[in-house]
Design a protein around this ligand. Structure first.
Ligand SMILES: NC(=O)c1ccc[n+]([C@@H]2O[C@H](COP(=O)([O-])OP(=O)(O)OC[C@H]3O[C@@H](n4cnc5c(N)ncnc54)[C@H](OP(=O)(O)O)[C@@H]3O)[C@@H](O)[C@H]2O)c1
Length: 356
């Protein structure tokens, strides 16, 4: 282990305010059941912003998400952790709440060997500092597509028409994966900035990215509709239902909260999403499967690494980065996003200071 500092710098989210500063290094956290990660890169997720705003229901079994996207090196590995110092790793925030924020110089994760094996995922291949992308949001997409294919016993989307509501990070990665699996994709996004970003980064063609206002001109047109905006509002679910063909599946991926219903039905979309269920309904003369996906497992990360390594042209995940900032710039930057003063397409990356 490199020498342990007396202080380290971390962000804190308290009552809707993000701060950043030096705190005593918790030496007692260097325990047998701990892994301490030194992030090289972190990513800002919409869930971080929602937690600042208090608009996200935090599941007790997993804890808050504020600062959960990162790639870094193991700085300390407890004797019972199963890890080795220096390994390149990322975090799966869906396993244990016993972890500190990833928006920090050091991230502390504790658990049994089995929990740590799931919560801290090894990153294979060449130095990830040469190819920077965030594994966690992609693993969630890999997982969601698996949830979509499994019940239908499909191993590809060949010939399927996939419509996606929202060209945020999630919508773009869904499009990459569905296209890779043989589908034709059309992504509908409300604002021009994300549409332009998707085109300019070469992620989507002009035909594949359309204004959300055009979605109504595609009734009954898609075999799968993915709803991937910040919040899966009743209005956007209504739009998705209109786009779906008879027999289609509507996959609810964007935010839901307790008690939300799929419009015109009694389907509890929050339960469907968090429980990864499929409920079939008759609605406006069509049979629709309302499905959901939530979180991801270690195997989804591993499949994500494989897809990126074997098919780099299909998964231009590095081109999702729209901006790079430093950790000390984060509080003001993310508070501006939360306040609606700025918005950034793609992924904003945070670069840690060079490590000595
Ligand atoms: N199920 C899971 O496992 C899982 C995992 C990760 C994330 N998520 C969910 O996915 C959501 C999206 O994440 P992201 O990373 O893609 O976020 P993002 O990059 O910030 O993109 C947000 C998207 O939502 C759209 N949007 C926001 N408000 C809208 C409205 N009122 N009407 C229409 N479109 C609207 C934005 O469109 P504009 O460009 O027009 O603003 C943009 O396309 C998150 O909020 C989270 O709830 C789910």
């Amino acid at each position: 282990m490199s020498s342990v500092p007396s202080t380290y710098r971390t962000t804190r989210l308290r009552e809707g305010v993000v701060s950043f500063g030096a705190h005593p290094f918790p030496h007692e956290a260097l325990a047998d059941d701990a892994v301490v990660i030194r992030p090289h890169h972190m990513g800002i997720c919409r869930a971080d912003v929602k937690e600042i705003l208090g608009s996200r229901d935090v599941p007790e079994d997993r804890g808050p998400l504020f600062g959960h996207e990162l790639v870094g090196s193991v700085f300390f590995a407890g004797s019972a952790s199963g890890f080795t110092e220096g390994e390149t790793v990322t975090l799966n925030p869906n396993i244990t709440p016993a972890r500190t924020t990833g928006f920090a110089e050091y991230v502390f994760v504790r658990g049994t060997k089995e929990q740590l094996e799931q919560a801290v995922v090894r990153v294979p291949g060449p130095d990830p500092r040469q190819d920077v992308w965030m594994p966690e949001p992609f693993a969630c997409i890999v997982h969601a597509v698996r949830k979509l294919l499994e019940p239908a016993r499909l191993d590809s989307l060949a010939g399927k028409r996939v419509g996606i509501v929202g060209a945020g990070c999630a919508g773009l990665m869904f499009a990459m994966y569905a296209r890779h699996l043989g589908a034709s994709v059309t992504v509908f996004n409300r604002g021009e900035a994300r549409r332009a970003f998707a085109r300019e980064q070469g992620i989507l063609t002009a035909d594949e990215i359309r204004p959300l206002a055009e979605a109504g001109a595609h009734p009954d047109a898609f075999d799968v509709v993915v709803v991937a905006p910040t919040v899966a509002t009743a209005e956007l679910l209504e739009t998705a239902a209109g786009m779906a063909a008879d027999g289609a599946v509507v996959l609810v991926y964007g935010g839901t909260r307790k008690g939300d219903r799929f419009p015109g039905t009694s389907v509890d979309v929050d339960a469907v999403r968090r429980g990864e269920l499929v409920e079939w309904v008759e609605r406006a003369g069509k049979r629709l499967g309302v499905s959901g996906a939530y979180g991801c497992f270690k195997e989804d990360y591993e499949e994500g690494f494989r897809l990126r390594a074997e098919h780099p042209a299909d998964f231009p995940l590095d081109r999702m980065a729209s901006r790079r900032i430093t950790l000390d710039e984060l509080p003001e930057f993310v508070m501006d996003i939360a306040a609606g003063r700025t918005d950034h397409p793609g992924k904003v990356l945070i670069e840690a200071a060079p490590q000595g």
